[in-house]
Design a protein around this ligand. Structure first.
Ligand SMILES: CCCCCCCC/C=C\C/C=C/C(=O)SCCNC(=O)CCNC(=O)[C@H](O)C(C)(C)COP(=O)(O)OP(=O)(O)OC[C@H]1O[C@@H](n2cnc3c(N)ncnc32)[C@H](O)[C@@H]1OP(=O)(O)O
Ligand SMILES: Cc1cc2nc3c(=O)[nH]c(=O)nc-3n(C[C@H](O)[C@H](O)[C@H](O)COP(=O)(O)OP(=O)(O)OC[C@H]3O[C@@H](n4cnc5c(N)ncnc54)[C@H](O)[C@@H]3O)c2cc1C
Length: 645
């Protein structure tokens, strides 16, 4: 199963080897539990481990293999971030996709060797979503052949970029490029921020950390201001866009090619989110198979809480989603890598499809991941609320994904633009022009679903039902938009009046894609035992998902209420069928205790002993009487006693 999760036995076994290697190297382990550390201690500890990784990585992994490096980072550094998180996730990808060969020779090679540390500085205090209205300006000075970076007012301060605050000495900065008074929109520049030797901010740069956040606090998200700060013309990233010495602008082959670092993260984060969801579910499912509370049969001992149907309903559909997401994520990464290669040869034809797909997936997957993690926390009762479970930290980190790389409700609209265009083609009788991801929009629906007409309906029946729902909602939402426009609204006003419906279409389209990705993967599985377990999980998934969106199919009679009953019964049947495999389904992700960082979710199942040992190790328990008691509580009680006398 691990080979299915990690797209092949090769990487699954490399993960095991890497974990086994690290188990023998205590210097790579957390020196104490992260929840017992202050933010400063966590940053120091993370920097220590980062240095070790840099020194010894060749002994443990193949550093050219991104997935091996990812696993090494998960084991050693964990999810709370590290001082070079953005260096790997965005700075290097931005240089790879946007710097010219010459620029790559100068900066990318240094970045890869970790001679410099970089980040991606785009968001500002006043604007994150609407990139065309960023306020940092880069004005070209023809005489000196330099760009002058400037922060004209407080809202133009860069705000949020990870590792900008304290760690990075370079950034890829996004600023509006002005040449001879003309605004050429957001462009990307390579900008030195700190002295390479002293790490002091360079003259003209104001920089610092933005303070603690909900989670992800090892990352020093930062602020940055420029005071007429000059960089050479050749610091504009010029793989696709160029500015000649005389100020002539050479257009890129696609207007949004500069957005590639965002598309990179959106493509990869689907897998990252699946893994965080699987972390929380591993903890909650293991704990639920240890925790005994209450009886189902009063003549029998108390049961494991995992025997309760409600607990299964709380956890198992999310286990299915974690599998679905990791399968969809693998497809997204393949498409991203293909588009990256094609863009190199000047072929930008798939950029719009990739953008639409990743915008939808990013939004649906992060939202459902956050929901699933929160349910996993509640499934652990009181102990889920303790940081010993580590689930609150996992939630805090994962839910950030709903906001970063484009706020979810905004990104759903990017997919909706694509769907509306496709609906326009259907309306115009040009369905043959639809891309493969939306070809179903041009097909004709059956009048009713055939689910429940055969003893075990094939997945095709479910897919058809999801297609019917997604098609109906897309055409309806597009019709609403066109209707407002026909009545005289501008496209923008009409769009705003239709966005709730449009975003519903985007979600349904994306959920259909996820179901199809799951079906595609299960169909490929050769081993019959594995196929049976994955088929059960997929059956749980399609029934749960369909029930969740059934209103769309009930309202036009595509599904009948008796079919709905059938879907419910199927769901309950598969909850029970999956129960004996539940722990194995989470164990198959093969997370070591080190990677999971959860006292509650440890593989040994010694929950109570582990919790008690953890509590005793809490810094508050180092002394029996705290200074706060000596200083305040004792005098308070003493004066109360004295006044009574
Ligand atoms: C290694 C994996 C590890 C994963 C985990 C990483 C953890 C790291 C943690 C945090 C890092 C976080 C980093 C950040 O958050 S960086 C900042 C991210 N910021 C955003 O995402 C901003 C969101 N806003 C936008 O992307 C854009 O402003 C916009 C897309 C919403 C709108 O852009 P705009 O230029 O205004 O375009 P239009 O809406 O007018 O659309 C025009 C047209 O262009 C198409 N389009 C837009 N973007 C793209 C694209 N990237 N590729 C292709 N095409 C694109 C759009 O669809 C329109 O097309 P049309 O309908 O045909 O006209
Ligand atoms: C953990 C974390 C890490 C980050 N790391 C980085 C980084 O490394 N580099 C970087 O540059 N940035 C980073 N960011 C910033 C992040 O990319 C932005 O916060 C994000 O893109 C959202 O933009 P915003 O803050 O402007 O939200 P806003 O756009 O202000 O959103 C506020 C509300 O307005 C709504 N809204 C906005 N526009 C529209 C619209 N057109 N239609 C309908 N509704 C709309 C949104 O849906 C939302 O409900 C990070 C953020 C976080 C939380």
């Amino acid at each position: 199963m691990a080979a299915q999760i990690y797209s092949g036995e090769k990487y699954a076994s490399r993960r095991r080897e890497i974990s086994a290697n690290l188990a023998k190297r205590p210097e790579f382990h957390d020196s104490k539990p992260l929840p017992f550390m202050t933010r400063e201690e966590k940053i120091l500890e993370s920097s220590r481990k980062l240095t070790l990784i840099s020194k010894h990585m060749n002994e443990i992994i193949d550093p050219s293999d991104k997935r091996e490096l990812y696993h090494l980072n998960c084991e050693v550094l964990g999810i709370e971030g590290n001082p070079m998180a953005l260096h790997g996730d965005m700075f290097i990808p931005a240089l790879t996709a946007q710097a010219s060969d010459e620029q790559q020779e100068k900066w990318l090679s240094r970045a890869l060797r970790r001679e410099i540390i970089g980040t991606y500085a785009q968001t500002e205090l006043g604007h994150g979503t609407n990139l065309r209205k960023l306020e940092t300006i880069a004005t070209y000075d023809v005489d000196t052949q330099e760009f002058v970076l400037h922060t004209p007012q407080i809202t133009a301060l860069k705000w949020w970029p990870g590792n900008l605050g304290k760690s990075s000495n370079y950034a890829v900065v996004v600023a509006l490029m002005i040449i001879k008074g003309k605004n050429y929109g957001p462009q990307t520049f390579m900008v030195p921020l700190r002295d390479e030797k002293t790490h002091q901010p360079l003259k003209g740069i104001t920089i610092g950390d933005i303070g603690p956040k909900l989670a992800y606090n090892i990352v020093d998200n930062g602020f940055l201001g420029f005071d007429h700060y000059r960089i050479p013309r050749t610091n504009l990233l010029m793989r696709h866009t160029r500015v000649e010495p005389d100020g002539t602008f050479v257009k890129p082959p696609h207007a949004k090619i500069n957005y590639s670092a965002m598309v990179h993260v959106r493509s990869y984060m689907i897998t990252g989110q699946a893994i965080m969801l699987a972390y929380a579910l591993t903890i909650a499912t293991r704990y639920s198979s240890v925790r005994r509370q209450g009886q189902i049969d009063t003549t029998q001992p108390e049961v494991k809480v995992l025997e309760y149907q409600t607990q299964q309903h709380r956890l198992f559909p999310s286990i299915a989603r974690a599998y679905a997401f990791v399968f969809a994520g693998a497809e997204t990464v393949r498409l991203y890598e293909r588009v990256l290669q094609e863009v190199e040869t000047g072929n930008v034809s798939l950029m719009a499809d990739l953008h639409a797909l990743t915008s939808g997936l990013k939004s649906v997957v992060t939202h459902q991941t956050a929901q699933g993690i929160e349910q996993a926390r509640m499934a652990c009762g009181g102990h889920g609320y303790s940081q010993a479970s580590y689930i609150s930290e996992i939630f805090g980190v994962a839910v950030g994904g709903c906001t970063y790389e484009g706020e979810n409700l905004v990104m759903l609209q990017q997919l909706a633009r694509y769907l509306v265009k496709s609906a326009g083609l259907v309306q115009a009788g040009q369905s043959s022009k639809l891309g493969p991801l939306v070809a179903y929009l041009g097909a004709k629906s059956d009048s009713t679903s055939l689910i429940d007409r055969t003893p075990t309906p094939g997945f095709a029946e479910y897919v058809k039902t999801f297609q019917h729902i997604a098609r109906k909602q897309t055409l309806k939402a597009a019709q609403k938009l066109f209707g407002f426009m026909e009545k005289g609204d501008t496209r923008e006003v009409a769009w705003n009046k239709s966005t709730v419906e449009l975003n519903r279409a985007s979600r349904l389209h994306t959920r259909l894609y996820i179901v199809e990705a799951f079906v595609r993967r299960v169909e490929e599985v050769a081993d019959p035992r594995l196929k049976e377990v994955l088929t059960d999980l997929l059956r749980l998934h399609v029934n749960y998902e369909l029930l969740d969106v059934a209103a769309y199919a009930l309202e036009d009679g595509f599904l009948s209420s008796s079919q709905l009953d059938y879907i419910r019964e199927q769901l309950y049947f598969y909850l029970a069928k999956i129960r004996p495999n539940a722990v194995s389904l989470v164990d198959s992700w093969e997370f070591s205790d080190r990677e999971l960082r959860s006292v509650l979710g440890r593989r040994d199942g010694n929950v109570y002993e582990n919790l008690f040992a953890w509590a005793k190790a809490s810094p508050l328990n180092k002394t029996d009487v705290l200074p706060s008691v000596d200083k305040y509580l004792k005098p308070l009680m003493e004066s109360a006693r004295a006044s009574k006398l």
